[in-house]
Write a protein that binds this ligand. Structure first.
Ligand code: SAM
Ligand code: SF4
Length: 341
């Protein structure tokens, strides 16, 4: 297994971007079925296809050895993966030894059970996806979700001392009109809100054209109620969000605009799926199978490290999404729950 402190050259792609951020998917499964993310009856992968917890740890250490300083555990829903806390505890041991931040993105349905253990493992911040505070809208978007469980999860996270950020996908007919109220609610609890344009990833059984609303339209709506002052790019450098402070609430709103405003020039991240494929870009199909390499070379990470170099040479300059016509094909066939959001 790689020693995270071994001196290796940093991961720098052909456009000079330094990769310091890994998004690691631990499962493609989820207890919700958000209508923009996955089909109502998805074909989940057989469990045998997934990386084991030990393999996820080994892979993470290989990235830390190459200068990755932040790992976000995601999915699917990371908290439905069996023994996921074992991974958090192991990766938490790397904090201060190459790793600066360990975090996760979750739908929070089970967060009340895990918040305290996550904090004990060294997690300090958590991104929670919540698209509506209206129980009916929430149930419709998630096709099965119970809003009360998510709100309990948010309470538990804050009680455990975790800094919470909300992620909300803007959906033309479902929640667009509710976003100012959602911002007010979040800011009232000391939670910042990041809005995301729906991306054409995977077949979900829904027409993206029907769901998509450009964020500039949401911003106009917010500005009818609030005074927004732009504060520029994300605090963690290379992040895709542009932020604005809201004078009336004292909170902050982020705008992630993969469609209306491409942000790839500052990209500092790669994604690894729960089956060990590294994707250099969310919006492209190019990938390398790290699982096969790890299983073939059980004790030696040389081949794995070479594959990371190969990934750097292959990382594309940018994605190119568009949702321009009803019934259009998705930009890539795999859904966000496969790549790791
Ligand atoms: N299940 C966890 C959750 O929902 O937070 C983590 C995985 S989820 C795939 C990560 C993020 O991707 C969520 O904030 C979700 O809203 C977002 N997402 C999923 N599909 C998307 C799409 N097609 N376009 C934009 N965002 C999407
Ligand atoms: Fe599950 Fe997250 Fe996808 Fe919703 S967005 S279906 S919670 S993986």
């Amino acid at each position: 297994m790689a020693d995270a402190m071994t001196a290796h050259s940093p991961l720098i792609d052909q456009f000079g971007r330094r990769i310091s951020y890994l998004r690691l998917s631990v499962t493609d499964r989820c207890d919700l079925r958000c209508s923009y993310c996955m089909a109502e009856q998805p074909d989940f992968l057989p469990r045998a296809e997934l990386l084991t917890i030990e393999e996820l740890e080994r892979l993470s250490l290989a990235f830390i050895a190459r200068g990755v300083r932040k790992i976000r555990v995601t999915g699917g829903e990371p908290l439905v993966r069996r023994n996921v806390m074992q991974l958090f505890r192991k990766l938490g041991e790397q904090l201060g030894h190459g790793l600066d931040e360990l975090t996760l993105t979750t739908n929070a349905t089970q967060l009340d059970k895990y918040a305290a253990d996550l904090a004990a493992a060294g997690v300090r911040r958590v991104n929670i996806s919540l698209d509506s505070l209206e129980p009916d809208t929430f149930a419709r978007i998630t096709r099965r979700g119970n809003l009360a469980a998510v709100l309990r999860g948010i309470d538990a996270a804050q009680a455990a001392g975790l800094k919470v950020k909300l992620n909300t996908v803007a959906l033309k007919h479902e929640n667009a009109s509710q976003i100012p109220a959602l911002a007010e609610w979040a800011h009232g609890r000391g939670i910042d809100l990041t809005l995301i344009e729906v991306m054409p990833l995977g077949e979900t059984g829904e027409d993206r054209f029907d769901q998509y609303i450009p964020l500039p339209a949401i911003r106009d709506q917010l500005e009818q109620r609030f005074t927004l002052k732009d504060v520029g790019r994300s605090d963690d450098l290379g992040g895709p969000a542009r932020y604005a402070d809201v004078a009336e609430t004292g909170g902050r709103i982020g705008f992630i605009t993969p469609l209306t405003n491409n942000f790839c020039s500052g990209c500092n991240r790669v994604r690894v799926t729960c089956t060990g494929r590294i994707y250099m870009c969310l919006g492209q199909d190019d990938h390398i199978d790290l699982r096969a390499l790890m299983r073939h070379h059980l004790r030696d990470d040389k081949a794995l490290q070479n594959a990371l170099d190969q990934a750097m040479r292959a990382k594309p300059e940018r994605h190119d999404f568009a949702i321009s016509a009803s019934g259009a094909e998705p930009a890539v066939a795999r859904p966000m729950s496969m790549t790791g959001g």
